[in-house]
Ligand binder design. Structure first.
Ligand code: PAF
Length: 282
């Protein structure tokens, strides 16, 4: 595993590969790698491209300074996971260097659907992701990049970026959410919870599955009523729902006439101050 921290060295490394006609796969991360990331790494391993993981906890995408300061860090274990998964290169940029001039990156306009769900509750978050991903794509020039479906709204924005700014020349691979045995979606933030809190958090996924069953079984479902019952049930367990929405998976539009095609349930919630998100296809 080659570890690179300077942008110039990373560009040189990538240019030397592309000159030889080799292609690059990029897996962008904020570290604290878990089984969900390993799934991205192993999917990337299935093709012959050179595999680069970036690790940078991007302050621009945190709307809460304490969330940023407390973001878990586990570099030694991250490196052994990358080695185990035969990743060729780890790009760990230095904050001053990667953030220099980043605010000059022009974001013409994100689609309106980026202002709902997490875009509504985490001011500036997606703009922060947008800027860092643009910068990583420019430095590394990958042919393929891997993103998890747990951050579904982020995934849709990345598809938009590639279409608008990179002429669709980067292939985006979406990887399924990996779950703990109890159903809780893997997340670096799970480390901030006790075992019993993680167990309680898993009831949100169970509730999503129950809602999905009801929606599929009864075309006359009333989502507003269903949502109220779910929120009440979960709040008794100490879970505070930030949003729970049933929307189109293509463009997050509202569902018309109890449609049952391309639907997705999206949730964000707090448990003991830890904010988590999840989603399932219906
Ligand atoms: O999903 C993440 O871990 C981050 O949002 C990303 C894509 C690495 C950008 O900082």
């Amino acid at each position: 595993l080659k570890i690179i921290t300077s942008i110039k060295d990373q560009k040189d490394y990538c240019n030397s590969l592309t000159k030889k006609g080799e292609k690059i796969s990029l897996i962008p991360t904020m570290g604290n790698l878990h089984e969900g990331h390993e799934k991205l790494l192993s999917q990337a391993g299935a093709i012959k491209n050179n595999k680069i993981v970036s690790l940078f906890v991007n302050p621009l995408q945190f709307n809460d300074i304490n969330d940023y300061k407390n973001y878990p860090d586990s570099i030694d274990s991250d490196i052994s996971i990358l080695e185990r998964n035969k990743i060729d290169c780890l790009f760990m940029p230095v904050e001053n260097e990667i953030l220099k001039g980043i605010n000059e990156i022009q974001c013409l306009r994100l689609p309106d659907y980026m202002n709902i769900l997490c875009g509504k509750y985490r001011e500036g978050h997606f703009l922060g992701v947008f800027k860092i991903v643009m910068k990583l794509f420019e430095i590394i020039k990958p042919s393929v990049a891997y993103f998890g479906k747990k951050d579904y709204q982020q995934l849709i924005m990345i598809n938009y970026i590639v279409k608008e700014y990179f002429e669709d020349k980067i292939k985006i691979v979406a990887c399924d959410t990996i779950r703990e045995a109890n159903g809780l979606a893997m997340s670096s933030r799970n480390n901030k919870m006790t075992k019993s809190q993680r167990n309680i958090a898993s009831f949100v996924y169970k509730e999503l599955v129950a809602l999905k069953e009801i929606i599929k079984a009864d075309r006359n479902y009333n989502f507003k009523e269903l949502r109220k019952i779910s929120i009440d049930t979960l709040s008794v367990m100490g879970i505070k729902i930030e949003y729970l929405e049933l929307l189109s998976s293509n463009d997050f539009s509202e569902i018309q006439k109890n449609n049952t095609d391309n639907l997705m349930l999206f949730v964000a919630f707090y448990i003991s101050g830890v904010r988590l998100i999840d989603n399932i296809e219906v």
